[in-house]
Design a protein around this ligand. Structure first.
Ligand code: KG4
Ligand code: ZN
Length: 345
């Protein structure tokens, strides 16, 4: 079974083709995985501009589909289904990807799959690692910070979520305040490497409180106040602030995951989403997992940030269960993984 996946929900235009193993289990093969990052389009604005993103997706999408087919030496008729991110995300971009996928599916009479972007992140680990359901998932990206039990495609229970900002957003904001450019996460991680994590005492919202919710707005404010007092020429102090910030995020994530592993014990803790690319944070999560007799599993760094392979793989997992979508599917700007929990809040 081969599925082509399209991702256009933010600032990456991405297309991939993955092949599923027989049966319902994990570990597929990536036959093509092409990504166009719109960094140059958005850099001078210091963040993603939705209208510019949508137009850039439109300009690139056909070429990237052709490239994925060329790289994999496949034709459209060799595919079993076409998947695209159906939401949540910037709606103009999602519409571009969904329309492209519907057109291909209609033209070649293939099933169409509208994939929840968050489900893409949540299931990607099974594309590369032999992880069985259920598992505990920490989903940390630019727009989300959640702990979930993943029982299978479309079967999620949310244990906690952020009550204000997402952790990736916090990395991006810190980078912006320090003039490190966009996207911020990798820049902060790089700068933190040489820094002293003990230098700045920053607040750890929710730390050691019961439950699995997160909060990052207080930390964001504290970083802003610290940056205002900083000598912009003092590179060492800037590195110390990045290291202190990263350690603080590590403290909070480890504490929350510890609570989740106590409330919903699992042999496997999976971390996914763009922030999962951070190797320091992976180390912290590995340690908390080990303390609870669990193992941390993460997708390869390249598959943590947005890509088409995660959408194609989630498409595989859904197609194997016969869950295809009609061609009148409407893109969804909001689409929680655990709808019942979203209503509870
Ligand atoms: O999953 P993703 O590519 O897009 C969303 O669905 O939001 O996540 C992007 C986020 C950005 O906030 C980016 O700064 C963050 O992931 N990120 C990182 C790292 N690489 C990307 N944060 C911390 N450390 C990194 N190495
Ligand atoms: Zn994402």
């Amino acid at each position: 079974m081969r599925v082509l996946g399209i991702e256009t929900s933010c600032d990456e235009t991405a297309v991939a083709i993955v092949e599923a193993p027989p049966g319902f289990g994990p570990v597929g093969a990536i036959l093509a995985n092409v990504v166009y990052s719109q960094e140059t389009e958005h850099r001078r604005f210091g963040g993603v501009v939705p209208e510019i993103a949508a137009r850039a997706h439109l300009e690139r999408i056909d070429g990237l589909v052709e490239e994925a087919l060329r790289v994999s030496s496949l034709g459209l008729d060799d595919l079993d289904a076409i998947a695209a991110t159906g939401g949540p995300g910037l709606i103009g971009g999602v519409m571009v990807g969904v329309m492209a996928a519907k057109a291909l599916a209609f033209a070649r009479d293939k099933p169409f799959l509208a994939v929840n972007h968050l489900e893409g992140h949540a299931l990607t680990v099974r594309l590369t690692e032999p992880v069985e359901f259920p598992y505990l998932l920490l989903l940390v990206s630019g727009g989300h910070c959640q702990l979930l039990t993943v029982r299978g495609p479309g079967d999620f229970t949310r244990l906690g979520t952020t009550i204000d900002d997402a952790v990736g957003e916090c990395f991006d904001k810190t980078a912006k305040l320090l003039g490190l450019g966009f996207p911020g996460g990798p820049a902060v991680e790089r700068m933190a490497r040489g820094g002293n994590p003990e230098r700045f005492a920053l607040p750890r919202p929710m730390w050691r409180k019961p439950g699995c919710d997160f909060s990052f707005s207080g930390l964001k404010t504290a970083v802003r106040l610290a940056v205002e007092k900083l000598d912009p020429e003092d590179e060492a102090a800037r590195a110390d602030l990045c290291a202190s910030f990263q350690r603080t995020v590590g403290d909070v994530l480890a504490d929350r995951c510890g609570n989740a592993l106590t409330a919903a014990p699992s042999p496997t803790l999976v971390v996914a989403g763009g922030v999962a690319a951070n190797l320091y944070l992976r180390g912290r999560l590995e340690a908390v997992a080990a303390r609870h007799g669990a193992r941390l599993v993460a997708p390869p760094v390249k598959l943590c940030t947005d890509n088409g392979a995660m959408i194609a793989w989630a498409g595989v997992e859904r197609l194997r269960l016969g869950r295809t979508d009609p061609l009148d599917f409407k893109p969804r700007p909001r689409w929680p993984l655990d709808a019942a929990a979203a209503v509870r809040v």
